[in-house]
Design a protein around this ligand. Sequence first.
Ligand SMILES: [Ca+2]
Ligand SMILES: [Ca+2]
Ligand SMILES: [Ca+2]
Length: 189
Amino acid sequence: MLSELQRTKLGYFFSLLDLNRNDLLQHNDFSDMAEQVRLKLDLEEGSSEHKYVAEKSIRLFHQLLSDISHGDHQTIRKDEWLSFFDAKFGDPVDEGVLETYQELIYLYVFDFFDHNRDGFITKDEYQWFFEIFKLDEQFLDKSFSKLDSNGDSKVSRYEMLAAIEDFLISDDPDSSGNWAFGNWTVNPK
Ligand SMILES: [Ca+2]
Ligand SMILES: [Ca+2]
Ligand SMILES: [Ca+2]
């Protein structure tokens, strides 16, 4: 079973992805996210960069649908989301699923927010993540410093993967990875 701490973090992550905050993950949460990235980066509508962003965003939704959603409806409810992760990340952790989601979430952050494609996320790049997902920017500095474990002012692939693992499975309230995506203790509005 998931611990209360894990449930809180995973519930927070659901609400973050649920861009229109209607308590359901649906196609429009992911297409709207791609559209906001497009506007932010000033990509021409229909350009190949725009298509890349749109396809990548929908890919995560499709993976989630095939793993989590029951039947053929194109919607994921929070209780379905939590019971999927309860089965996979409760004790014992399904290492294969953990690796899959670590990589998916890592790609989700880096594909959209590593704008200069140097393989690192800077604080400015992370600020866009906070803006697009409408997270409380009061916690930007704290999240960034928790992610940047070697303190070189940028987040590497290694640092991000370690933080995501903590975020998904750690049961320690003091794990730095708990803060990877902002203030996990309060659902984003
Ligand atoms: Ca939604
Ligand atoms: Ca970068
Ligand atoms: Ca670093």
